[in-house]
Design a protein around this ligand. Structure first.
Ligand code: PMP
Length: 362
């Protein structure tokens, strides 16, 4: 479609064109009911079907073993920073955190509001952006859980494998890379993800949790902040974000139609190789900000050799149809987010633009 931008936004981010077109078709008449899904009860059979089917799709795509519940919450991943310790950090225990970057730090700070915490490992502060290696992780004996951020969206660093934590529940913030590559979901007791990168529009937070972990939340927690409320009510205790869940349903079906998680991973690796190669083959004109072994296939952070060049890069790329290439305000420089729905063609166009920009300015 001619007028679609090369969208590298970090989130909310690109959605598959086919999904947008289907949503467009269904927005005035969903399944012949003469109304959109937004205009009917969340207790209707139409929404109930979307609710159940979307849970099933998550289970299938992640190959979840039995014993997990898939929940739809609101409040974004940021609310999970608080809900995790509220529900799971018992008095006398410690919430252990892998401090891998700014999102992990936020989760850690929030946990401090509710109980004792423990820094299980931390990124090195000097040198390029990096992740603590899994062997560095130290768990205290009284750990209530270990929290890990699978992909640091701002730094552009990503774990591809995860620690075995035995009887200590492993909790993952997978907001910016869920369904981007194969991983062993059964290592995790709880996974959460804001939807607006790989799953759909903002407004819904996906929570996947081992049922036995959240049988009974502590009595003092407000109803809407208890995991057991969502488990017991099939995410229908109150009005859920119906449109966001509907869109997630379409995105998950798009992933399934296109070959599932392995096909996403293959495509993501091919897409990002184009851009990382443009960086690595530039003779230092472009510089990757993350150490190579920790590079993300979702967020590519890089810089140019001066502020003026970066400003020029942003301006010229914008004039050529590229969107969202400015780095996060906290680290600056440049970032290309290459989530599942960002087409190969956009990444190819960016790699070509980078090479051309270097020719003209190198
Ligand atoms: N965790 C990570 C890894 C993120 O990238 C983000 C959002 N960029 C968040 C948490 C916060 O998500 P939300 O805006 O949905 O609260």
């Amino acid at each position: 479609m001619a007028n679609r931008a090369y969208n590298f936004n970090a989130g909310p981010a690109a959605l598959p064109l086919e999904v947008l077109q289907q949503a467009q078709e269904e927005i005035v008449d969903y399944g012949g009911i003469g109304m959109s899904i937004m205009e009917i009860s969340h207790r209707s059979k139409q929404y109930e079907q979307i609710n159940d089917e979307t849970q099933q799709l998550v289970k299938e795509l992640l190959e979840l073993p039995s014993g997990y519940k898939v929940l739809f919450l609101q409040g974004g991943a940021s609310t999970q920073f608080a809900m995790v310790p509220m529900n799971l950090l018992a008095p006398g225990r410690k919430g252990a955190y892998v401090l891998s970057g700014s999102w992990a730090d936020k989760a850690y700070k929030e946990a401090k509001l509710f109980g004792d915490t423990y820094a299980a490992a931390a990124s090195k502060e000097e040198g390029p952006l990096n992740l603590p290696s899994l062997d560095e992780i130290q768990l205290p004996e009284d750990a209530a859980y270990l929290h890990i951020t699978s992909n640091e969206t701002i730094a552009g660093t990503q774990y591809t494998t995860f620690p075995q934590t035995g009887s200590v529940p492993l909790i993952g913030d997978m907001s910016s890379d869920i369904l981007s590559h194969r991983f062993d979901a059964s290592l995790f007791s709880l996974i959460y993800a804001g939807a607006q990168k790989n799953l759909g529009p903002s407004g819904v937070t996906l929570v996947i949790v081992r049922e036995d972990l959240v049988k009974e939340s502590p009595k003092t927690i407000p109803t809407m902040l208890r995991y057991d409320t969502y488990v017991k009510n099939n995410s229908l205790y109150n009005t859920p974000p119906v449109y966001s869940v509907y869109m997630m349903n379409l995105v998950l079906k798009w992933i399934q139609r296109n070959g599932g998680i392995d096909a996403m991973e293959k495509m993501n690796r091919e897409k990002t190789a184009l851009i990382y190669d443009a960086i690595d083959n530039s003779g230092g004109f472009y510089e990757g900000m993350a150490v190579k072994q920790d590079r993300s296939i979702m967020n590519i952070t890089f810089k140019l050799q001066s502020d003026e060049l970066e400003k020029k890069f942003i301006e010229e790329s914008a004039a050529n149809g590229f969107v969202g290439l400015k780095g996060h305000r906290s680290v600056g420089h440049l970032r290309a987010s290459t989530y599942n729905a960002v087409p190969y063609e956009s990444c190819k166009a960016l790699a070509d633009f980078m090479a051309d920009f270097q020719r003209r300015n190198g």
